[in-house]
Design a binder for this molecule. Structure first.
Ligand code: PEP
Length: 246
């Protein structure tokens, strides 16, 4: 039985005071049956780590460098994150693929760098609206996943996968539970061909998950929780989504 995981992706939002309020409200709303974590912008990670110390809520970053160290101005290495006790890092979010031209291989290399420092990468895959409408969804997510599978080889079972259809992110338009389940089953089958541990791996759904649609999405057999953007910025909404992942 896979324990559900709900991860908040704060994106480039927050302030020290606002984060403190949000985390205080979240801590008061827990604990939950599901595992819960928040991924905050880099400057706030130390505050978040301190605030969540001794609490059941985990925390992570929203990106890391594929490189170990060196002349990469503006980048943050996985070795730096791990010094603070970082548990998760999101890699390959569609916003990074789109706005920072991250290729499938760069995403896979970032996942490898995270694992080298004992941080669990949350590897995002997902198709655009044009790709879905032209019947390319399966091909696109399988291509994105296969580069990660080949790059990580026997370590692939240590990643968390997040299926995030690009057309559902921040749009209020969610994949139906059936649409999401179909892609999750496809990904599980692909992982199954690569590792005997595919049945233990978590595949999260992300894309306009809200308190009113979370439970039906999370009830699907291959949906092991969610990566939550907008709804993770309001404590009451995020707590309700976490509750729905029972
Ligand atoms: C995300 O950014 O990962 C995300 C799923 O955003 P939202 O929940 O706002 O669609």
């Amino acid at each position: 039985m896979r324990r559900k995981l709900v991860v908040g992706n704060w994106k480039m939002n927050g302030s020290r005071a606002g984060n403190a309020e949000l985390l205080a409200a979240l801590k008061a709303a827990g604990p939950w049956v599901a595992e819960v974590a928040v991924c905050a912008p880099f400057p706030y990670l130390a505050d978040v780590a301190l605030s969540l110390q001794g609490d059941g809520i985990g925390w992570g970053a929203q990106d890391c460098s594929a490189h170990e160290s060196g002349a990469f101005t503006g980048e943050v290495g996985a070795s730096m994150l791990t010094e603070f006790g970082c548990r998760y890092v999101i890699v390959g979010h569609s916003e990074r693929r789109a706005y920072h031209a991250e290729s499938d291989q760069v995403v896979a290399d970032k996942a490898k760098a995270a694992l080298a420092h004992r941080i669990t990468p949350i590897v995002c895959v997902g198709e655009t609206l044009a790709e879905r409408e032209s019947g390319q969804t399966d091909m696109v997510v399988k291509r994105q996943m296969s580069v990660v599978v080949h790059t990580l080889a026997h370590c692939i079972s240590q990643v968390v996968v997040a299926y995030e259809p690009v057309w559902a992110i921040g749009t209020g338009r969610t994949a139906s539970p059936e649409q999401a389940q179909a892609v999750h089953a496809l990904l599980r089958a692909q992982l199954n061909a690569a590792t005997a541990k595919a049945g233990e791996m978590k595949i999260l759904y992300g894309g306009s998950v809200k308190p009113d649609n979370a439970a039906t999405l999370f009830a699907q057999p291959d949906i092991d929780g969610g990566l939550i953007g907008g709804a993770s910025l309001k404590a009451a909404d995020f707590a309700a989504v976490c509750r729905a992942a029972a």
